[in-house]
Write a protein that binds this ligand. Structure first.
Ligand SMILES: [Zn+2]
Length: 487
């Protein structure tokens, strides 16, 4: 049976992505426009992402909670910038149980308002602080243009919410969680993100400061990986979240929020995928190893499957997530292609000759062909696979970092800038003016992604740093920022 081929990334990156998400059975379109169904393989990937992050959140003292999906509409109207930012994309419930509701309800687009409302009841004294919470849930934003994982009407995420006695503590929390996300992105997702600060025009509706991680996709466009917001006292004032300090004075709290969504699955697909399909980072892959048995007759089948099952047991004992492809009626070649498309990091090929030699062939997904294959004795497979998974994880990160740096250009003037954003990221001086940022966006479709916190890490040793002049108006620059077309 001939496999239907994906378009290559060079032919049509967008269509390559759309078809791959469906073909790899990560997700599917729902009956309601713009909604997404996450299928078991996609959800297993999300569960591994959740687990990796949840451990980091708990290690920094956060506790999980569950707030309701429905929020009184009046809540969203209490914070001026928040309502301006979210009103256009709210889903509103006006009828319940056949009755028109006295007050319309919204499906949460995020939970700052309802959490602020409850904190005003729960927080009385400095002894009640800090409050460190997180929730795993889904939210609804009525988006017009949607794409599976990247932008859907409903999506899954986590939202962290914290309240503090001092400004400094809340600012430290914002940065601490950005660091936790950075660690996850670099070490688990193998994505070399750029941590940075957003411009005022790009920050969260209701935040004083928004930080984000920005990543370069395989088509050189930017994707915002996650955000961490310092909310100042904006929500504490709107919802009267106050505490009595040690001197008996009533003070407003300082709050933060931070979130990461199923969007990062889109990032993993677009950063690491190739023309054959997904390439999943070993730390997050639902299956790290797939065993494909090879046989021609019943006799071979019995001996090969026996050895394959034993190998599966040994790999599982070594804490490796493994599956054995026993599907009938598909050739080994078809199975190789299928698992390659689904991005399993290591494939173990096991045929009658291998069993006779008490050996197996290990093939790494990130290096297709002969170059990525090694023969290992059966007894050594778990150790060899474990080592290989570590090598793959590192080499995927290195490859993505080289790609990002070679497609990021320090632009000295506007001509260079325009060329740079045609093919990747521009790293350029900016005067800090909203006008320049807006004009750049209008004329080049590139937005200000972030002001990198570590300027030297953008281009690596010897790369451009420092501010220079604003690439648009030529005046002295305040910052050197990343500009790019973005998802
Ligand atoms: Zn300027």
């Amino acid at each position: 049976m001939a496999e239907e081929k994906l378009p290559t990334r060079a032919q049509d990156f967008s269509e390559w992505y759309n078809q791959l998400v469906l073909k790899a059975q990560l997700a599917d379109y729902a009956p309601v426009r713009g909604c997404m169904i996450v299928r078991p393989y996609g959800w297993a990937l999300w569960e591994n992402i959740q687990q990796a992050l949840d451990g980091r959140f708990k290690a920094t003292g956060h506790q999980n909670v569950a707030f309701p999906l429905l929020i009184p509409k009046s809540f969203i109207e209490k914070e001026k910038h928040h309502v301006e930012g979210f009103s256009p994309e709210l889903a509103v419930v006006t009828v319940g149980g056949g009755e028109v509701l006295a007050e319309p309800l919204i499906l949460r687009p995020t939970s700052e308002t309802i959490i602020g409302h409850m904190w005003s009841k729960w927080i009385q004294s400095y002894r009640d602080l800090p409050v460190l919470m997180n929730q795993w849930n889904s939210v609804v934003r009525w988006e017009l243009r949607t794409k599976l994982f990247l932008r859907t009407l409903e999506f899954y995420w986590q939202e962290g919410h914290t309240a503090h006695a001092t400004k400094q503590e809340a600012e430290d929390e914002t940065r601490q969680m950005l660091d936790a996300y950075t660690d996850f992105a670099m070490n688990d997702a193998a994505i070399p993100v750029i941590p940075g600060k957003k411009s005022d025009a790009e920050k969260f509706a209701g935040a004083d400061t928004t930080y984000s991680l920005e990543a370069m996709m395989g088509d050189c466009k930017a994707l915002q990986f996650c955000t961490s917001h310092f909310l100042g006292q904006n929500f504490a004032q709107a919802f009267e979240v106050k505490y009595l300090d040690q001197k008996g004075q009533l003070q407003h709290c300082w709050t933060t929020s931070w979130g990461l969504s199923t969007r990062v699955i889109g990032a993993i697909i677009m950063v690491h995928g190739d023309d054959q399909g997904l390439v999943l980072p070993p730390k997050l892959a639902p299956y790290q190893v797939v065993i494909v048995p090879i046989f021609k007759n019943d006799e071979e089948k019995a001996s090969v499957l026996g050895a394959a099952k034993e190998l599966k047991t040994q790999l599982a004992k070594a804490q490796i997530r493994v599956t054995l492809d026993e599907r009938d009626g598909q050739s080994p070649g078809w199975k190789f292609n299928d698992w390659e498309m689904r991005g399993v990091p290591v494939r173990v090929e096991l045929g009658p000759k291998d069993v006779a030699k008490q050996a197996a062939v290990l093939a790494r997904r990130d290096r297709p062909g002969r170059e990525g294959k090694i023969s290992v004795s059966l007894i050594d497979v778990p150790a060899a696979a474990g080592k290989l998974l570590g090598d793959i994880q590192q080499s995927m990160f290195d490859k993505a970092l080289t790609f990002r740096r070679s497609n990021t250009h320090a632009a000295a003037d506007y001509e260079e800038f325009k060329k740079a954003v045609e093919t990747g990221f521009a790293f350029a001086g900016w005067c800090g003016g909203d006008d320049c940022e807006e004009k750049i966006k209008e004329e080049t479709r590139a937005t200000m992604r972030c002001i990198p916190l570590d300027q030297e890490a953008v281009l690596g040793p010897g790369g451009a740093v420092g501010s220079g002049n604003c690439v648009y108006c030529g005046q002295a620059a305040k910052e050197r920022a990343i500009f790019a077309r973005a998802y």
